[in-house]
Design a protein around this ligand. Structure first.
Ligand SMILES: Cc1cc2nc3c(=O)[nH]c(=O)nc-3n(C[C@H](O)[C@H](O)[C@H](O)COP(=O)(O)OP(=O)(O)OC[C@H]3O[C@@H](n4cnc5c(N)ncnc54)[C@H](O)[C@@H]3O)c2cc1C
Length: 454
């Protein structure tokens, strides 16, 4: 069955896709949103803070290798994005600090996502759930819609002036993780919705869009090693955010990263160590001040060590540093080395010296027994690498004739399907999905893809 041509076809109904589709519908445009899962929302249903760096300069400082044009566009569009959420009657609380350098608002994301979906339907536009997109319709290099497989097995060709890819990245696909993140990434746990498996990437590339830098990294957190994350409640409950105040040792018994700059950065660093696992050690002070504390204002603290222990994580409480020497052999860490390294670390920071690796932030010794040890491993939330875009969310392609990148007519990309914004650094996932989703809506409402055709 052939439809009329809609202004925007959205593939993927998470933060980016619902924002774009709702905005187009609110402005009186026509839109079809296709969602693979039975319910839209994606990983955004687990997220709570719309945040980013407070200025472009700060974003460039934490993320110097990201695309400067996208950094500026994110900051330019952030306030408008927050206003848009509020305009729908969804609460966006006053700003709080996030990850030390950032600022953002606690938002009832489920209320926002459901409100977007309702708005799309109320304006007479379509949301198709349980629907797979099998291919893009491409004519003379211009994307003109997609062919979808409906839940009843029938095929439907949806024609559109613009098509937005917003399937949420490729973290759900082991092979793509191994290819684009790290060979060891194939085996790490997924800390996100299970449906984002690189469909946007494959569809975009089939129409000429380019994938960005290979080793862009990923956003994730340290989680207890070997513990299943099949229950999404564990995504936050078991995340070892407190690692920023602890010490992390690899299987050779050495520290290898400044743990204090961010648990999400430590997760990336641990992936590159042998077996991608490490021993996270805290003392009684860290337990008191951080393990049981709130990570970000508004979220109640829980005793994560106890939760990990109950979930079956390899974990132990040691009454003294000396106990580390008798660490069970099957854990696979040189316990005496770990004991010595903690003692060395304490002596160095007490004397005001620089440890190796040095610690930028928390330089207090870990010397108050008991000691809390849990084995940690990185888990992936979303990939930073993706299809290249510009500030208007147009997909970019290399010309191949030396003329640089050109926009792929009819094709837009937003959210974690888009790459280039972050490179081995992170300043929010909801905010770019929101800002570039709204940018895609603006492009769809104000530009003609024919203007880009050759
Ligand atoms: C536990 C957790 C906590 C988080 N907390 C925060 C936070 O506080 N702040 C923050 O900024 N970020 C947070 N994030 C990250 C944030 O959720 C993501 O960055 C954001 O949701 C990305 O938006 P997106 O639209 O690209 O992807 P998603 O929101 O994941 O949406 C992608 C959608 O595409 C669908 N899809 C996939 N393939 C197809 C296909 N072929 N066809 C149709 N549909 C498809 C998926 O089912 C999904 O609904 C968190 C993530 C998790 C998992």
């Amino acid at each position: 069955m052939d439809d009329e041509t809609v202004d925007l076809l959205v593939v993927g109904g998470g933060m980016a896709g619902l924002s774009a589709a709702a905005r187009v519908a609110a402005e009186g445009g026509s839109v079809v949103l296709v969602e693979k899962a039975d319910r839209p929302g994606g990983s955004a249903r687990f997220a709570g803070f719309v945040w980013t760096a407070p200025t472009v300069e700060e974003l460039r400082r934490v993320n110097p290798d990201g695309d400067p044009e996208l950094a500026a566009a994110l900051l330019d569009g952030f306030a408008e994005g927050v206003e848009w959420i509020r305009s729908l009657g969804v609460e966006c609380r006053p700003p709080v600090p996030v990850l030390g350098f950032g600022r953002g608002h606690q938002v009832d994301t489920n209320h926002y996502l459901d409100t977007c979906e309702r708005l799309i339907r109320e304006r007479g536009q379509q949301v198709l759930t349980g629907t797979r997109t099998t291919s893009l319709v491409v004519e003379n290099g211009m994307v003109k819609g997609a062919v979808c497989l409906l839940p009843d097995g029938s095929e439907r060709r949806i024609e559109s002036r613009w098509t937005l890819l917003a399937t949420g990245g490729f973290q759900g696909d082991r092979a793509l993780r191994a290819e684009h993140v790290h060979p060891r990434a194939a085996d790490i746990e997924l800390r996100a919705n299970p449906h984002s498996r690189g469909d946007g990437l494959a569809l975009g590339r089939s129409a000429g869009a380019d994938f960005g830098a290979k080793d862009a990294g990923f956003y994730g957190h340290l989680m207890p090693a070997g513990v299943s994350l099949a229950d999404p409640a564990r995504f936050v409950d078991l995340a070892l955010y407190y690692s920023e105040h602890a010490l992390l040792f690899d299987t050779t018994g050495e520290r290898f990263v400044d743990e204090t700059v961010g648990d999400h950065l430590t997760a990336m660093a641990l992936l590159e160590r042998p077996q991608a696992r490490g021993l996270l050690v805290a003392d009684a002070r860290v337990h008191r001040e951080w393990i049981s504390a709130s990570y970000v204002a508004g979220i109640p603290g829980v005793d994560k060590f106890q939760l990990c222990h109950r979930a079956g994580a390899r974990s132990a409480v040691a009454d003294s540093l000396a106990d580390f020497a008798s660490m069970p052999e099957e854990w696979g860490y040189p316990g005496a080395t770990v004991r010595d390294r903690i003692a060395d670390f304490n002596a160095t920071v007490r004397s005001g010296g620089a440890t190796t690796p040095d610690r930028l932030l928390d330089r207090q010794p870990l010397d108050e027994p008991p000691f809390y040890a849990v084995e940690a491993a990185p888990a992936i939330t979303f990939t930073f690498g993706g299809l290249l875009i510009d500030a208007g969310a147009h997909a970019l392609s290399a010309d191949g004739d030396g003329a640089g990148r050109r926009r792929v007519p009819g094709q837009l990309v937003a959210g974690a399907d888009a790459g280039g914004l972050y490179r081995r650094a992170y300043a929010g996932g909801l905010a770019p999905a929101l800002v570039f989703g709204l940018a895609a809506a603006r492009t769809a409402l104000t530009e003609s893809p024919a203007d880009l055709a050759h």
